[in-house]
Design a protein around this ligand. Sequence first.
Ligand code: GLP
Length: 251
Amino acid sequence: MNIIVATGEEITKLVGDQFNEQLDKNPKSVLGMTTGSTPLTLGFFKDWIERSKAGKMDFSEATIINPDELLGLPEGHPETYKVYMEQHFFHGVDVAEERKHIPHSHPDDAEEECRAFEKMLDHVGGVDLQLSGLGGNGHVAFIEPGKELPADTFVVNLEDESRPHDGQFGEGEQVPTQAITVGIGTLLKSRKIVLVAVGEGKADIVKTAFTGPITTEVPASFLQLHPNITVYLDEGSAAKLPENLYTKVSG
Ligand code: GLP
Protein backbone atom coordinates (compact mmCIF):
# COMPACT_ATOMS: atom_id res chain seq x y z
CA MET A 1 0.00 0.00 0.00
CA ASN A 2 1.50 3.27 -1.14
CA ILE A 3 0.46 6.15 1.15
CA ILE A 4 1.13 9.72 0.02
CA VAL A 5 0.60 12.78 2.18
CA ALA A 6 0.12 16.06 0.34
CA THR A 7 -1.95 19.23 0.34
CA GLY A 8 -5.47 19.11 -1.09
CA GLU A 9 -4.30 20.95 -4.18
CA GLU A 10 -1.44 18.52 -4.75
CA ILE A 11 -3.76 15.55 -4.25
CA THR A 12 -6.10 16.90 -6.92
CA LYS A 13 -3.20 17.20 -9.33
CA LEU A 14 -1.74 13.77 -8.52
CA VAL A 15 -5.09 12.00 -8.78
CA GLY A 16 -5.89 13.89 -11.99
CA ASP A 17 -2.49 12.88 -13.41
CA GLN A 18 -3.10 9.25 -12.52
CA PHE A 19 -6.50 9.17 -14.27
CA ASN A 20 -5.05 11.14 -17.17
CA GLU A 21 -2.20 8.65 -17.60
CA GLN A 22 -4.64 5.76 -17.45
CA LEU A 23 -6.67 7.28 -20.29
CA ASP A 24 -3.54 8.10 -22.28
CA LYS A 25 -2.42 4.49 -21.95
CA ASN A 26 -5.84 3.10 -22.78
CA PRO A 27 -8.57 5.46 -24.01
CA LYS A 28 -11.07 2.62 -23.53
CA SER A 29 -10.29 2.32 -19.82
CA VAL A 30 -12.97 1.37 -17.34
CA LEU A 31 -12.88 3.99 -14.62
CA GLY A 32 -14.59 3.56 -11.27
CA MET A 33 -15.92 6.69 -9.60
CA THR A 34 -16.94 7.69 -6.11
CA THR A 35 -19.45 10.18 -4.76
CA GLY A 36 -19.51 11.92 -1.37
CA SER A 37 -18.01 15.26 -0.49
CA THR A 38 -14.29 14.51 -0.96
CA PRO A 39 -14.21 14.70 -4.79
CA LEU A 40 -16.14 17.98 -4.59
CA THR A 41 -14.06 19.55 -1.83
CA LEU A 42 -10.89 18.75 -3.72
CA GLY A 43 -12.39 19.63 -7.09
CA PHE A 44 -11.52 16.37 -8.88
CA PHE A 45 -14.34 16.53 -11.40
CA LYS A 46 -13.75 20.22 -12.05
CA ASP A 47 -10.10 19.46 -12.72
CA TRP A 48 -10.96 16.59 -15.08
CA ILE A 49 -13.50 18.72 -16.94
CA GLU A 50 -10.88 21.46 -17.37
CA ARG A 51 -8.30 18.96 -18.59
CA SER A 52 -10.86 17.51 -20.96
CA LYS A 53 -11.82 20.97 -22.33
CA ALA A 54 -8.12 21.71 -22.81
CA GLY A 55 -7.88 18.55 -24.91
CA LYS A 56 -5.62 16.77 -22.42
CA MET A 57 -8.00 14.20 -21.01
CA ASP A 58 -10.30 12.31 -23.32
CA PHE A 59 -13.21 10.41 -21.78
CA SER A 60 -15.02 9.81 -25.08
CA GLU A 61 -14.14 6.12 -25.29
CA ALA A 62 -13.96 5.40 -21.57
CA THR A 63 -16.49 3.46 -19.54
CA ILE A 64 -17.46 5.12 -16.27
CA ILE A 65 -18.78 3.03 -13.42
CA ASN A 66 -20.22 4.09 -10.09
CA PRO A 67 -20.05 1.31 -7.53
CA ASP A 68 -23.07 2.27 -5.46
CA GLU A 69 -26.45 3.98 -5.45
CA LEU A 70 -29.04 4.83 -2.81
CA LEU A 71 -31.98 2.48 -3.01
CA GLY A 72 -35.62 3.51 -3.16
CA LEU A 73 -35.32 6.98 -4.66
CA PRO A 74 -37.21 7.65 -7.87
CA GLU A 75 -35.11 8.03 -11.03
CA GLY A 76 -33.92 11.64 -11.31
CA HIS A 77 -34.20 12.39 -7.58
CA PRO A 78 -31.63 15.08 -6.74
CA GLU A 79 -30.11 12.92 -4.00
CA THR A 80 -29.36 9.96 -6.28
CA TYR A 81 -25.73 9.39 -7.12
CA LYS A 82 -26.78 9.26 -10.75
CA VAL A 83 -27.87 12.90 -10.59
CA TYR A 84 -24.73 13.76 -8.58
CA MET A 85 -22.60 12.37 -11.41
CA GLU A 86 -24.54 14.28 -14.06
CA GLN A 87 -24.37 17.52 -12.09
CA HIS A 88 -20.76 17.39 -11.08
CA PHE A 89 -19.07 15.52 -13.89
CA PHE A 90 -20.94 14.23 -16.90
CA HIS A 91 -22.32 17.63 -17.89
CA GLY A 92 -18.77 18.76 -18.66
CA VAL A 93 -17.32 15.75 -20.46
CA ASP A 94 -18.16 13.66 -23.43
CA VAL A 95 -19.15 10.18 -22.20
CA ALA A 96 -21.67 8.15 -24.18
CA GLU A 97 -24.81 7.21 -22.21
CA GLU A 98 -24.27 3.51 -22.88
CA ARG A 99 -20.85 3.66 -21.26
CA LYS A 100 -22.11 5.18 -17.98
CA HIS A 101 -23.04 2.54 -15.45
CA ILE A 102 -24.57 2.88 -12.00
CA PRO A 103 -27.05 0.64 -10.19
CA HIS A 104 -30.66 1.79 -10.59
CA SER A 105 -32.06 3.55 -7.54
CA HIS A 106 -35.53 2.13 -8.06
CA PRO A 107 -35.24 -1.29 -9.68
CA ASP A 108 -38.23 -3.66 -9.85
CA ASP A 109 -36.11 -6.35 -8.27
CA ALA A 110 -33.09 -5.21 -6.26
CA GLU A 111 -31.50 -8.65 -6.09
CA GLU A 112 -31.74 -8.98 -9.85
CA GLU A 113 -30.24 -5.50 -10.21
CA CYS A 114 -27.22 -6.65 -8.16
CA ARG A 115 -26.74 -9.69 -10.39
CA ALA A 116 -27.09 -7.55 -13.51
CA PHE A 117 -24.46 -5.14 -12.18
CA GLU A 118 -21.96 -7.96 -11.67
CA LYS A 119 -22.71 -9.23 -15.17
CA MET A 120 -22.14 -5.78 -16.62
CA LEU A 121 -18.77 -5.59 -14.80
CA ASP A 122 -17.75 -8.91 -16.29
CA HIS A 123 -18.92 -7.76 -19.68
CA VAL A 124 -16.78 -4.59 -19.63
CA GLY A 125 -13.80 -6.58 -18.38
CA GLY A 126 -13.61 -5.19 -14.84
CA VAL A 127 -12.47 -1.83 -13.51
CA ASP A 128 -9.01 -0.58 -14.50
CA LEU A 129 -8.76 2.29 -12.03
CA GLN A 130 -11.14 2.80 -9.13
CA LEU A 131 -11.41 6.07 -7.19
CA SER A 132 -12.59 5.65 -3.62
CA GLY A 133 -13.45 7.76 -0.63
CA LEU A 134 -13.50 6.51 2.95
CA GLY A 135 -16.61 6.57 5.11
CA GLY A 136 -16.23 7.71 8.72
CA ASN A 137 -17.20 4.21 9.89
CA GLY A 138 -14.70 2.54 7.56
CA HIS A 139 -17.00 1.90 4.64
CA VAL A 140 -15.73 1.91 1.07
CA ALA A 141 -18.21 2.23 -1.80
CA PHE A 142 -21.19 1.47 0.47
CA ILE A 143 -19.85 -1.67 2.08
CA GLU A 144 -20.84 -1.10 5.67
CA PRO A 145 -19.18 -2.77 8.68
CA GLY A 146 -20.70 -6.10 9.66
CA LYS A 147 -20.08 -9.65 10.88
CA GLU A 148 -19.56 -10.71 7.30
CA LEU A 149 -19.13 -8.89 4.00
CA PRO A 150 -20.67 -10.13 0.77
CA ALA A 151 -18.14 -10.65 -2.00
CA ASP A 152 -20.45 -9.55 -4.83
CA THR A 153 -22.79 -6.61 -5.39
CA PHE A 154 -25.54 -6.61 -2.75
CA VAL A 155 -28.27 -4.65 -1.03
CA VAL A 156 -26.86 -3.09 2.13
CA ASN A 157 -28.63 -1.64 5.16
CA LEU A 158 -27.10 1.73 5.88
CA GLU A 159 -25.88 2.70 9.31
CA ASP A 160 -27.48 5.85 10.70
CA GLU A 161 -24.34 7.92 10.17
CA SER A 162 -24.09 6.85 6.52
CA ARG A 163 -27.63 7.83 5.56
CA PRO A 164 -28.04 11.08 3.69
CA HIS A 165 -29.33 13.63 6.18
CA ASP A 166 -28.99 17.22 5.13
CA GLY A 167 -30.09 16.53 1.58
CA GLN A 168 -32.98 17.61 -0.52
CA PHE A 169 -35.77 15.42 0.79
CA GLY A 170 -39.31 16.72 0.55
CA GLU A 171 -41.80 16.57 3.38
CA GLY A 172 -43.01 13.03 3.95
CA GLU A 173 -40.25 11.65 1.74
CA GLN A 174 -38.40 8.63 3.12
CA VAL A 175 -34.66 9.07 3.58
CA PRO A 176 -33.06 5.94 2.05
CA THR A 177 -32.07 3.26 4.55
CA GLN A 178 -30.54 0.95 1.96
CA ALA A 179 -28.19 1.10 -0.99
CA ILE A 180 -26.92 -1.16 -3.71
CA THR A 181 -23.16 -1.50 -3.54
CA VAL A 182 -20.43 -3.59 -5.05
CA GLY A 183 -19.12 -6.29 -2.72
CA ILE A 184 -15.66 -6.34 -1.21
CA GLY A 185 -14.64 -8.98 -3.75
CA THR A 186 -15.88 -6.82 -6.61
CA LEU A 187 -13.93 -3.85 -5.27
CA LEU A 188 -10.73 -5.82 -4.76
CA LYS A 189 -10.90 -7.01 -8.36
CA SER A 190 -10.27 -3.43 -9.55
CA ARG A 191 -6.83 -3.52 -11.13
CA LYS A 192 -5.78 -0.27 -9.49
CA ILE A 193 -7.34 1.70 -6.63
CA VAL A 194 -6.85 5.30 -5.58
CA LEU A 195 -8.33 6.12 -2.18
CA VAL A 196 -8.57 9.68 -0.95
CA ALA A 197 -9.37 10.84 2.58
CA VAL A 198 -8.85 14.36 3.85
CA GLY A 199 -9.46 16.28 7.05
CA GLU A 200 -8.83 15.66 10.74
CA GLY A 201 -12.21 13.99 11.06
CA LYS A 202 -10.81 11.01 9.11
CA ALA A 203 -7.59 10.63 11.15
CA ASP A 204 -8.89 7.86 13.43
CA ILE A 205 -10.50 5.77 10.71
CA VAL A 206 -7.42 6.14 8.46
CA LYS A 207 -5.24 4.77 11.25
CA THR A 208 -7.65 1.92 12.05
CA ALA A 209 -8.22 0.96 8.43
CA PHE A 210 -4.62 1.02 7.24
CA THR A 211 -2.60 0.02 10.31
CA GLY A 212 -5.09 -2.15 12.17
CA PRO A 213 -6.09 -5.77 11.60
CA ILE A 214 -8.12 -6.72 8.54
CA THR A 215 -11.65 -7.06 9.81
CA THR A 216 -15.17 -7.01 8.42
CA GLU A 217 -15.92 -4.38 11.07
CA VAL A 218 -13.71 -1.99 9.05
CA PRO A 219 -14.36 -2.81 5.39
CA ALA A 220 -11.61 -0.44 4.18
CA SER A 221 -9.06 -2.57 6.06
CA PHE A 222 -9.41 -5.17 3.26
CA LEU A 223 -7.75 -2.70 0.92
CA GLN A 224 -4.47 -3.50 2.70
CA LEU A 225 -4.59 -6.71 0.66
CA HIS A 226 -4.75 -4.94 -2.68
CA PRO A 227 -1.54 -5.17 -4.73
CA ASN A 228 -1.90 -1.79 -6.43
CA ILE A 229 -3.46 0.85 -4.24
CA THR A 230 -2.39 4.43 -3.63
CA VAL A 231 -3.87 6.25 -0.65
CA TYR A 232 -3.79 10.05 -0.70
CA LEU A 233 -4.09 11.86 2.62
CA ASP A 234 -3.64 15.42 3.78
CA GLU A 235 -1.91 16.44 7.02
CA GLY A 236 -5.22 16.23 8.89
CA SER A 237 -6.23 12.71 7.91
CA ALA A 238 -2.65 11.43 8.24
CA ALA A 239 -2.21 12.94 11.72
CA LYS A 240 -2.40 9.62 13.56
CA LEU A 241 -0.30 7.52 11.18
CA PRO A 242 3.33 6.72 12.02
CA GLU A 243 5.52 8.83 9.75
CA ASN A 244 7.44 5.85 8.40
CA LEU A 245 4.26 4.58 6.73
CA TYR A 246 3.89 7.38 4.23
CA THR A 247 5.75 9.52 1.77
CA LYS A 248 5.27 13.23 2.03
CA VAL A 249 5.26 15.25 -1.16
CA SER A 250 5.38 18.98 -1.31
CA GLY A 251 5.08 20.99 -4.25
C1 GLP B 1 -20.59 8.00 0.63
C2 GLP B 1 -20.28 7.12 -0.58
C3 GLP B 1 -18.90 6.56 -0.50
C4 GLP B 1 -17.94 7.65 -0.11
C5 GLP B 1 -18.22 8.05 1.32
C6 GLP B 1 -17.28 9.10 1.87
O1 GLP B 1 -21.37 7.37 1.56
N1 GLP B 1 -21.22 6.05 -0.75
O2 GLP B 1 -18.56 5.99 -1.73
O3 GLP B 1 -16.63 7.19 -0.19
O4 GLP B 1 -19.54 8.48 1.41
O5 GLP B 1 -17.83 10.33 1.76
P1 GLP B 1 -17.12 11.71 2.05
O6 GLP B 1 -16.17 11.93 0.95
O7 GLP B 1 -18.26 12.67 2.03
O8 GLP B 1 -16.47 11.60 3.38
